[in-house]
Design a protein around this ligand. Structure first.
Ligand code: HGY
Ligand code: MN
Ligand code: MN
Length: 410
């Protein structure tokens, strides 16, 4: 286990260097140079661990250990390797690294599975560069169509396929994956909250994942001179947006049952200190464990935004993502719990307030997730940290679970 722990620390440390904001957390945008550096590291490690490496038409990376059965569905293990702006070194990356180390144990023990094992590194889960998020996994299951994928552009107007070509990715490779080629998907992720640490539980077996939506709101007014425009003749898009935004948290609080709402991104145009803004665009992220809560808050949010439309102010809302709450596969949850007990690693049940690729792949295959504690419950920030010993626990659990699901004799 110690050897695994040392390799985990090295992988996390090396991958954290591939950031466009050194000393200010990990910023690794999909199809950026930092993506390419991380991609090459992951592919090299997959080859070192005896895996056959390929990429799909989205740039997702797959490292396959062939099984005894030909053309049999694979057990996949992995997570995403992109990041939020100035994020941490563990979100997503920890799950890819743990997957790699599961493959290392298969290799070290000379195991040939009956069903193939695939380690996966998924792109654009965060949605930092292209709108919506969960892009790699949605592409795999086809809920993001090829046409919609190709139409996505970043804030500079660069399309997904232009960005892929820039780092040498082959956009003509197959995109959507036949669900019959997947037997199960396992993902380790950092908890990104305080519960496991408060409970002193080294492992959380995920029962379910919240439903979520991401809205993009545009408020349009009229630009003007900050000095010469009287206050009663202004159509100020930022003041209107501010009035809307300050009322949104109460919609979630009034809905209760753990419903949360976040305005994470706000862009002001033309963004001049002496210019009355004529346009603002901001995001609204709404989540809850119950779909009814999410739908209620979406409806009230849209009604509130609409109420600010008048002759010189126009408001509009676009929905970039909507995912229902997901319960993870019951038999895999039991397997993960039983495996943790047999390894004498304490665990507790937990629900996820964060979205994950697991919630997308659970539409087409059996999915299980485990969490490890996040120090001080922090995530999506440079301070994000998890103990490599906990990650090594995760390797042991997923290794045993993978042997079970691939029907490997050891
Ligand atoms: O937003 C989320 O929950 C995830 O980090 N993408
Ligand atoms: Mn994240
Ligand atoms: Mn994540």
């Amino acid at each position: 286990m110690k050897e695994t722990q040392v390799r985990i620390e090295r992988h996390i440390n090396e991958l954290s260097k591939f950031t466009s904001t050194p000393h200010k957390g990990v910023t690794r945008l999909t199809y950026s140079n930092e993506d390419l550096q991380a991609r090459n590291y992951i592919k090299e490690t997959m080859k070192e661990y005896g895996l056959n490496v390929r990429e799909d038409g989205f740039g997702n990376i797959f490292g396959k250990l062939e099984g005894i059965l030909n053309d049999a569905p694979s057990v996949l293990i992995g997570s995403h390797f992109d990041s939020v702006p100035n994020g941490g070194a563990y979100d997503g990356t920890a799950g890819v690294v743990v997957g790699l180390e599961v493959a290392a144990l298969f290799s070290k023990n000379n195991l040939t599975p009956k069903y193939p094992l695939e380690i996966v590194a998924l792109i654009e889960e965060e949605g930092t560069r292209f709108k919506g998020g969960l892009m790699g996994s949605r592409g795999i299951i086809g809920s993001l169509s090829e046409e919609d994928f190709k139409s996505l552009k970043d804030k500079d107007g660069i399309s997904t396929e232009e960005a892929m070509s820039k780092i040498g990715l082959d956009t003509s490779l197959p995109k959507k994956r036949d669900p019959k080629t997947m037997k199960a998907f396992l993902e380790l992720h950092i908890e990104q909250g305080p519960i496991l640490e408060e409970k002193s539980s080294p492992i959380g077996v995920v029962e379910g994942i919240v439903g979520l939506t991401q809205l993009e709101v545009t408020v349009e007014g009229r630009a003007g001179h900050a000095g010469t425009t009287p206050m009663d003749r202004r159509s100020d898009a930022l003041v209107t947006a501010a009035k809307i935004i300050t009322q949104l948290p109460d919609l979630a609080i009034d809905e209760g049952e753990g419903t949360v709402i976040t305005i994470g991104r706000l862009n002001v145009f033309p963004n001049g200190a002496n210019v009355i803004p004529d346009k603002t665009v901001f995001t609204v992220d709404i989540r809850s464990g119950k779909e009814e809560n999410v739908c209620n808050v979406i409806r009230k949010t849209k009604e509130l935004i609409q109420s600010y439309s008048e002759d010189t102010i126009q408001t509009s809302v676009e929905q970039h993502l909507y995912i229902q709450p997901k319960a993870l596969n019951k038999s895999i949850r039991s397997l993960l719990k039983q495996t943790s007990s047999e390894l004498e690693i304490p665990y507790c049940s937990i629900n996820s307030g964060a979205g994950h690729d697991a919630m997308i792949l659970s539409d087409v295959t059996d999915v299980g997730m485990i969490f490890v504690p996040s120090k001080d419950g922090l995530s999506h920030c440079p301070e994000e940290w998890s103990d490599a010993h906990h990650l090594a626990n995760g390797v042991q659990i997923l290794y045993e679970a993978a042997k079970n699901l691939t029907e490997t004799k050891s």
